[in-house]
Ligand binder design. Sequence first.
Ligand code: NCD
Length: 323
Amino acid sequence: MKHLLSAADLDHDEAVAVLDAAERMAATQAREIKKLPTLRGQTVVNLFFEDSTRTRISFETAAKRLSADVINFSPKGSSVSKGESLKDTVLTLGAMRADAIVVRHPASGAPSRIAGSTWTDASVITAGDGTHQHPTQALLDAMTIRRHLKAGAGDLAGRDLAGLSVMIVGDVLHSRVARSGVDLFTTLGAEVTLVAPATLLPVGVETWPAARFYDLDRALAEAPPDALMMLRVQRERMSSAGGGFFPSPQEYTREYGLDARRAAALAPHAIVLHPGPMNRGLEITSEAADGPRSVVVEQVANGVAVRMAVLYLAMTGEKEPAV
Ligand code: NCD
């Protein structure tokens, strides 16, 4: 794997192999010395044209745990604010011999444009492009789901998500997390259900390999999930507060929010995920976000292991980690 641009690039066995590699990486993180020498002498550039807390810090942590040097680039304070193009920015990074470029960009397709160009021969990893893809988020979600719901059978290695039902609720329209998740979870054999008001589902959603509901309580009753993923309402991608996508925040919360009542009605083994950042009180109440089913903090921890695995596989060209 030279690049990871989209969750759809991974076939079933490749996806399972990345999850297995992430488990191996996670095991190294329980050691007293967490740092591995594997990527010593290599340079990872975090090229983030959009704000991020956990994804950028997670990639930085992952690269450093593998002993790579890390350069964090953001357009504020750089020549991008003087109008420098993506091409010239990447040519500059290429000239500095970056070995991997982790890209977050508001334009869907920007990472693919870089990977397909002659501007650099670095590995390119998508860290969120517009409403398109966020493959390492889908992988960390799959890792979290697999750990919770597939561990009963013994060793996790080689296991997929077959037989599990994953429900994704909320602002699917603006969500690269939803798109990547639908791709990866179905590749791994899970059933995916989307729940959203019609205004927050994209054109063409009927061609996605996922069932659809417009009513959350009905969906929870008719297609009870093993894993329930709440999406952030992406107000920055809407023109005004609700942008006309829903009547009011109160109504959104009433119809589509996860509260203690809905969380308590889930199957006893079911888990609740959220990619963060959470709008507490809008798509999820604090009681549900901090409740016994919530795996939100584990998702963040698993993100480091997944990104270690992806950087390792992309930058070394190996099929599995020797760690
Ligand atoms: C997500 C993103 O940026 O796409 N956040 C993240 O990476 N953890 C989801 C979001 O912003 O809602």
